[in-house]
Design a protein around this ligand. Structure first.
Ligand code: NAD
Length: 468
């Protein structure tokens, strides 16, 4: 199948007539082709967004809410097609795909609801004035997303950006564009006015950078690697436009001896099983109190060995990521680390065995760098102080999980861990909870009410009503 861009409410051929190949990572056979966009395509999409946005912003919150609900309805009705588009280029397992499409739909429901309560305020400056704030959109928002949770990451930014009256030009990963393109079609058919959601596909260099540089783009939402985030932060700084950076992680999962070990072990297995560990918030550093370290490691290793490729977890989504994980195994081997389980690829598709390196030296690369694959490292700790030191011994700060029967200890650690979110004993992190990084995991917040504020700017209007 060949996919063009989605510009101004309809499919569009790329200006250069060129297409990029993709592959099915379960088989490594060729998959869909997507338009190889370039600057002229970006210009067309931004022009469509600029034309459509003012009328959208002038509509009432209730009106915009209805449209967003309509998109959610269309996504529910079209879930099977969205799942198929996502499956074809990611090879994800069926249960996970359905959950992801449901989560993606839920963003539109959630922001359709809360946008109606998103209001400015009046500021009391005494009887002789009337001062209030308006929450105004930026105009055109660029949404640049990666390949690991393609539809979910797009919707996480699109829904709040549209909710507050922006138009969007989305640039999905060139490896996984089909679901975002289909979403745009569904949204148009559901009544989203043409030009409000445009999708331009292609590489970061040929589409992402021209989009970020475009003078009519007023805000950038980026999810992806630290390297690209740094580049876009430079572009944004130069243009003086704000951006959100949702970057990587090497998040800790702390297990104390008094924890519910069954649930803690299950959480560690999920950390590398879900999406085969290709999740920015995956808690892939398992820090365990020394007295139960070996038991926990044995139980985790036993559980991950039962996971079946293609049934319980999917492949690496890109060939480059597959090669990267294998290179990590090589480096770990060269540095003297031996996995207690895994450490190699399957002989089909881009599947990699769930892997556990136990009791690793925190200085090793496998312990410090984000692998973005089904790879867990474990380290024992003696007490709470050492657990905290290890937890914070990373340049990242996205998520942390703490498992302990002592709730006060969980709360103490939550205050001291440098991460954007801390889950104690499996506490839920949902659409309602703000999500974003500390340190090199980025800045800005997605999800929750916070995201509405990210995509709107505050204008103060002050009026003197003094009698002269
Ligand atoms: P990436 O940075 O290579 O690509 C992300 C997006 O940026 C893609 O659409 C890509 O085409 C585009 N891009 C690449 N170079 C660009 C450039 N020079 N200018 C503009 N755009 C450019 O990242 P990836 O390999 O696709 O994704 C994996 C990374 O994403 C991991 O590090 C992971 O931790 C991170 N991630 C973070 C979150 C989060 O919410 N914090 C979520 C998922 C993934």
């Amino acid at each position: 199948m060949r996919h063009g861009h989605w510009i101004g409410g309809k499919p569009e051929e790329p200006a250069n007539q060129a297409y990029l190949p993709t592959l099915d990572p379960t088989t490594r056979l060729p998959g869909d082709e997507v338009a190889a966009g370039s600057a002229p395509d970006v210009d067309r999409a931004v022009a469509a967004a600029v034309a459509a946005q003012p009328a959208w912003a002038r509509r009432s919150a209730a009106d915009r809410s209805e449209v967003l609900h309509g998109i959610a309805d269309a996504m529910e009705a079209g879930a099977d097609e969205l799942i198929e588009r996502e499956r074809a280029c990611t090879g994800k397992v069926p249960g996970q795909l359905r959950t992801e499409v449901e989560m993606s739909t839920a963003y539109f429901r959630y922001y359709a609801g809360i946008l109606r309560a998103h209001q400015g305020r009046t500021i009391d400056q005494g009887a002789h004035s009337h001062t209030y704030t308006r929450l105004e959109p930026y105009g055109v928002v660029a949404v640049i997303t990666p390949w690991n949770l393609p539809l979910n990451q797009a919707c996480r930014a699109l829904a709040p950006a549209l909710a507050v009256g922006n138009a969007v030009v989305a640039k999905p990963s060139e490896f996984t564009s089909a679901s975002t393109l289909h979403l745009a079609r569904l949204a148009t058919e559901a009544g989203l006015p043409d030009g409000l959601l445009n999708v331009v596909t292609g590489t970061g260099r040929d589409v992402g950078t021209p989009l970020a540089l475009h003078p009519a783009v007023g805000r950038i939402a980026f999810t992806g690697s630290v390297a690209t985030g740094r580049h876009l932060a430079t572009v944004a700084a130069d243009r003086i436009v704000p951006l959100t950076l949702e970057l990587g992680g090497k998040s800790p999962l702390l297990v104390f001896a008094d924890a519910d070990l069954d649930r803690a072990v299950a959480a560690a297995v999920t950390a590398i099983g879900f999406n085969a560990g290709q999740v920015c918030s995956a808690t892939t550093r398992l820090l365990v109190e020394a007295s139960v370290h070996d038991e926990v490691v044995a139980r985790v290793a036993e559980a991950v060995e039962l996971l079946e490729p293609g049934v319980d977890f999917g492949p690496m989504i890109t060939e480059a990521q597959y090669e990267k994980v294998l290179a990590h195994f090589e480096t770990a081997r060269a540095q003297g680390a031996v996995p207690v389980t895994g450490g190699s690829a399957y002989d089909h598709g881009l599947y990699i065995r769930p892997t556990v390196y136990a009791d690793v030296d925190p200085a090793l690369r496998i312990a410090r760098e984000e692998v973005f694959g089904p790879v867990l490292v474990t380290m024992p700790f003696a007490d709470e102080a050492e657990a905290l030191t290890l937890a914070n011994d990373t340049e990242y700060g996205l998520v942390a999980a703490v498992w302990s029967g002592d709730v006060a200890r969980g709360l103490r650690l939550a205050e001291r861990i440098d991460a954007g979110q801390v889950a104690i004993n499996g506490g839920p992190l949902t659409i309602e909870t703000p999500f974003g990084g500390y340190k090199r995991s980025g800045y800005g917040r997605e999800k929750g009410i916070d995201a509405l504020h990210e995509y709107a700017r505050t204008k103060t209007v002050s009026l003197s009503i003094a009698q002269f």
